[in-house]
Design a protein around this ligand. Structure first.
Ligand code: ZN
Ligand code: ZN
Length: 418
């Protein structure tokens, strides 16, 4: 049997709930999307519980599940994915955190967080991170500290050395007006205690370095909030995942504008392709992303494309924006009609979870899915949407079922039994 290539498009947070102003339709149902509807009509449709019925997925756990890795067995925290997605090296023994540059003020011996994002725009992020990267912790000379700025106020922090553990709490209080938290071990073992000590040292030393930094003097003069502390969260170690090549013999690539999704993809062995216009925001150039995905099929068997904007719109409660994102995605699917041969390529479009505009957060509602390609048993569905796909030929699947389904359609599965 000849093998077929696959393109998997995950539209982050695309699923939604009925909206009164849209006459009880979801943004996906209400949007004009002739190409997605055409895809539904030539494909097989269904609903997918990314992790399981009623489970509210995080984007990272959901992507793991959709790539075929049980997140309950493999998930070790968000930090390592962010670090890998930034293209930084991360060994399996290293500890990774997500970080924020933040504004803190001293009050009664505490450092109170007045702005968790130091104003969000942080043009000085690179130089601030450089001043902390490689800092020496006198009492722990065997630990190497890595700090790298990503975008806006965000950074990634890594610890390399012996006897480290990710079983420690966040220093980020998650709510402004609260004191920066002391890092605590959440396990009895020595490594967790030692790591918590190191994190607390690192935090106070960062505060001292950042407070005296020239960049903060300039920010003060311009009336901007100081970036005088780092807040850490999501400690994790790189999960040991068998790669997609080991599992399915796939050469796989990823196009994702935001670090988290790219990081999950890298951790399952996908190559990261940088594409101009793949912004990870609502500004994404979906046509450029689509073109890059088609080009990547020359070198890869499996191309994963992550489109973020619909989730942002859901979090902002902005259903008009979500409809605009659907239109952008529809434009990419339209371009595929000319550039992607569904006789030799399997195309799947789905979401990693629902982010209903009226909730403003992820929910456990299932998401629509369509798969088109050679050999697909088509059904009677002619519209891609939350209500229509329920009646499709795939019926209801879990995220973990998707890769086996795609591998079956692409002729890559081996017979179980004789
Ligand atoms: Zn997501
Ligand atoms: Zn989200």
């Amino acid at each position: 049997m000849s093998t077929v290539k696959c393109v998997l498009i995950i539209c982050d947070g695309l699923g939604d709930r009925p909206i009164e102003e849209l006459g009880g339709r979801t943004p996906l149902e209400a949007a004009n999307k002739p190409n997605l509807d055409h895809l539904a009509s030539v494909g097989i449709n269904g609903m997918m519980h990314p992790i399981g019925p009623g489970i509210t997925p995080g984007s990272d756990t959901s992507h793991l599940s959709i790539f075929g890795y049980d997140p309950y067995a493999y998930y070790t925290g968000r930090g390592p994915f962010e670090v890998l997605g930034m293209g930084l090296p991360l060994g399996y023994e290293d500890i990774a955190f997500r970080g924020n540059f933040a504004t803190v003020e001293e009050k009664d011996g505490d450092l109170v967080v007045s702005d968790r994002r130091a104003g969000r725009r942080l043009d000085e992020g690179d130089e601030l991170a450089r001043s902390l990267d490689g800092m020496e912790l006198d009492s722990h000379p065997d630990v190497e500290v890595g700090i790298e700025h990503s975008v806006e106020h965000r950074c990634a922090v890594t610890l390399k050395g012996p006897q480290l553990s990710h079983k420690v709490t966040d220093t980020d209080p998650h709510t402004p007006g609260q004191p920066l938290l002391s890092c605590q071990p959440i396990s009895e073992d020595k490594a967790a205690q030692r790591t918590a000590e190191i994190v607390n040292l690192l935090t106070s030393k960062s505060h001292a370095i950042l407070s005296a930094h020239e960049a903060n003097k300039r920010r003060k003069q311009r009336g901007l909030p100081l970036a005088n502390a780092i807040l850490l969260r999501g400690a994790g170690v790189r999960p040991r995942l068998p790669s997609l090549r080991e599992k399915y013999g796939l050469r796989a690539a990823c196009i994702a504008g935001a670090a988290l999704y790219a990081g999950v993809a890298v951790s399952v062995g996908m190559d990261l392709l940088r594409v101009k216009g793949s912004t990870g925001t609502v500004e994404v150039d979906t046509l450029a992303v689509g073109r890059a995905a088609v080009e990547a099929l020359a070198d890869y068997d499996f191309v994963f494309v992550h489109i973020k904007g619909a989730d942002n719109a859901g979090h902002d409660g902005d259903w008009e924006m979500k409809m605009r994102m659907v239109k952008k995605i529809d434009g990419m699917i339209g371009a595929f009609r000319d550039s992607l041969d569904l006789e030799s390529t399997c195309l799947a479009v789905t979401a990693d979870h629902s982010t209903p505009c009226e909730v403003g957060e992820h929910t456990g509602d299932p998401v629509p899915i369509v798969i088109a390609g050679p050999g697909v048993r088509t059904d009677d569905i002619e519209e891609f949407g939350e209500r229509s796909c329920v009646k499709g030929g795939l019926s209801v699947i879990r995220g973990l079922d998707l890769m086996p389904l795609l591998m079956n359609l692409s002729g890559r599965t081996e017979k179980f039994g004789s």
